[in-house]
Design a protein around this ligand. Sequence first.
Ligand SMILES: Nc1nc2c(ncn2[C@@H]2O[C@H](COP(=O)(O)OP(=O)(O)OP(=O)(O)O)[C@@H](O)[C@H]2O)c(=O)[nH]1
Ligand SMILES: [Mg+2]
Length: 200
Amino acid sequence: MVSEHSDAQGETAALALKILVAGGFGVGKTTLVGAVSEIKPLRTEELLSEAGQLVDDTGGVDQKVTTTVAMDFGRITIRSGLSLYLFGTPGQDRFWFLWDELSQGALGAVVLADTRRLEDCFPAVDYFEHRHIPFVVAVNCFAGARSYGAQDVSRALDLDQGTPVVLCDARDRDSGKEVLIRLVEYAGRMHTARLLDSVG
Ligand SMILES: Nc1nc2c(ncn2[C@@H]2O[C@H](COP(=O)(O)OP(=O)(O)OP(=O)(O)O)[C@@H](O)[C@H]2O)c(=O)[nH]1
Ligand SMILES: [Mg+2]
């Protein structure tokens, strides 16, 4: 989704870009969208039910009592005239059917990762790689998790060369904003390169 509109005087063209925030279960997607959003984020949280315990793998996320069942939505202005609409995906496998709809028209995606459960973000990495949607991997540095460098994570996930890996704290607004800026810059470069390829 890329939309442009002018203000009442028709002077400044505002650009709104759609960004997905994806990753495995309980990695901090809802937290990130809530931390950076300048509007009250829309959430679709439901209590983790006893029935769900059979299918929801809460190992490593002991404190977690709710989960996203449809999406998170928030908005952030990166700079004057450029805002991002953020769509947080549900983390659990049983909501995969929502991803195709959510990713329609997205400029790019943030794949959040937790180094204690790195394999949980493989499906998101695969999803965006196959669809050629530019993404950055943002390692949410939970307390108690051994710290790995960006290079280690990039190697462990077997990322294509150039795919940015950023360390972040999903609870921190500035940190989250930094991740989004990296994504917008990277996606901009990727789209320009593709455009040049297609005319060259
Ligand atoms: N210590 C620490 N806790 C965090 C951090 N980010 C999120 N949390 C906590 O981790 C839990 C999971 O966060 P959520 O934001 O709900 O994760 P999610 O990825 O949206 O989860 P699902 O939608 O269920 O897949 C919450 O209890 C957060 O308070 C972090 O950076 N550090
Ligand atoms: Mg969530």
